[in-house]
Write a protein that binds this ligand. Structure first.
Ligand code: NIG
Ligand code: FE
Length: 397
């Protein structure tokens, strides 16, 4: 994860949306210099070109704000206290069910454009605020509709098992059954998701419930991801390993046995330290132990209106380095090629290599380590998706 393959004074040539050449500027083949292509000249600026960032865990389709909960947490309430009082995911569910598809599409489109502005060119996007067949389909159809409206690429994940909806509190098994028998088949029929996720944690879904949902999802052809061990040590990581899930996410509470299990199953650890930070959780995930065990670690924002309202993945790199002791180089790998690998798209995204799609961001720093070092600001000045410039403030510098 520490090997970035840095090229000093580099140049990149993209053709038809793919990377055609990459190397040192002085080696740039003569025909490429004279080919009349559109050129972005970074000379005179201190710029670093990176692969477009891949944010492999987000919840971007929601309605309204939960700033009241933010204030309550600042006053000492916990995420769980607020959820038990009818806030948390339930508050977002009430608002989402009332929102029209148009309202959802326009608020999500705004967020998508902010991702691009912050150097993120691909995200994984979860449903999970509908918690009814209609509501979940509304979210996933919003994501499908945005494909033609936004240049951000969003890989959709079905998260119908995000919480037990309020109307099923006294008959939770019926909700689990609905997810399995009604929602997963509907999502699969319309081809609306590539993955299925479950919030398997203290106060949410049990290991047995999560297993039942994920087995049904696997049967329906979906890849598997799990929200695990964020609020307590509840067995989600071990379940991810048992099912050979693509990714186990959060992992604040995992132990050494869990780490060995993830290592055996080849599951990726997706860490979301922005959530740990924002909720003021008692401990960060053990990033060093995971990396030293040889587990690929990805970093993502967890962008959502409750536990982590940021879409700036650069800030997550800062938190990862200062709080989890990841090296800046490891953090860059985690937010690019490892995120892409967790989504099964690293054959075409996540690194600047000939033949891959030309997703490139230019950040205004003299040294890549300054991305996490100078924190809380947006370093991105140019974003390129599949060879097309989708954000550019270079002229304004
Ligand atoms: O990843 N943990 C579950 N889901 C989100 C929180 C969603 C919310 O609070 O709205 C998370 O932290
Ligand atoms: Fe999440």
């Amino acid at each position: 994860m520490k090997e970035l393959g840095i090229v000093a004074n580099g140049a990149i040539v993209a053709r038809n949306g793919r990377i055609a050449w990459v190397g040192s500027s002085s080696d740039l083949p003569i025909p490429e210099r004279n080919s009349g292509c559109e050129t972005i000249d970074g000379a005179g600026f201190e710029l670093v070109a990176l692969p477009g960032l891949v944010d492999s865990h987000t919840h971007p389709v929601f309605a309204g704000s939960r700033v009241d909960e933010y204030e309550m947490r600042a006053a000492g309430k916990t995420y769980q206290d607020i959820a038990a009082a009818g806030g948390g995911i339930h508050a977002s569910v009430r608002r989402l069910r009332e929102a029209s598809p148009d309202q959802l599409a326009s608020s999500t489109e705004r967020a998508f454009s902010e991702f691009l502005t912050h150097g993120t060119t691909t995200i994984e996007a979860k449903s999970g605020y509908g918690l009814s067949t209609e509501g979940e389909l509304k979210i996933l159809r919003t994501l499908a509709a945005l494909k033609s409206r936004s240049r951000l690429e969003a890989i959709p994940t079905f998260l119908g098992a995000h919480a037990i909806p309020e109307e099923y509190q006294n008959c939770r098994h019926l909700y689990v059954e609905k997810v399995i028998k009604e929602m997963i088949p509907a999502v699969a029929r319309e081809g609306l998701a590539q993955f299925c996720d479950v919030f398997c944690d203290t106060g949410y879904f049990t290991v047995d419930e999560a297993r039942a949902v994920l087995l049904a999802a696997r049967e329906a052809g979906l890849g598997l991801r799990i929200h695990a061990e964020e609020l307590g040590h509840s067995g989600g990581a071990r379940l991810a390993a048992e099912l050979g899930a693509r990714s186990a996410d959060h992992l604040e509470w995992i132990d050494d046995e869990d780490i060995r299990a993830l290592r055996r199953s080849g599951t990726i650890a997706t860490l979301l330290p922005g959530t740990t930070f924002n909720l003021g959780l008692p401990q960060y995930p053990p990033a060093r132990k995971l990396i030293e065990a040889g587990i690929p670690v990805a970093l993502a924002t967890d962008f959502n209106p409750g536990s982590c309202y940021t879409l700036n993945l650069q800030l997550i790199l800062s938190i990862a380095c200062s709080q989890m002791k990841m090296a800046p180089s490891e953090a860059i790998t985690a937010a690019t090629v490892n995120g892409a690998y967790s989504l099964g798209i690293s054959d075409r995204l996540g690194s600047i290599e000939v033949g891959k799609e030309a997703d490139i961001v230019l950040v205004r720093v003299g040294d890549y380590r300054e991305i996490p070092y100078f924190f809380g600001v947006n370093h991105c000045v140019v974003t390129i998706k599949r060879g097309e410039i989708v954000f550019n403030r270079l002229e304004k510098l």
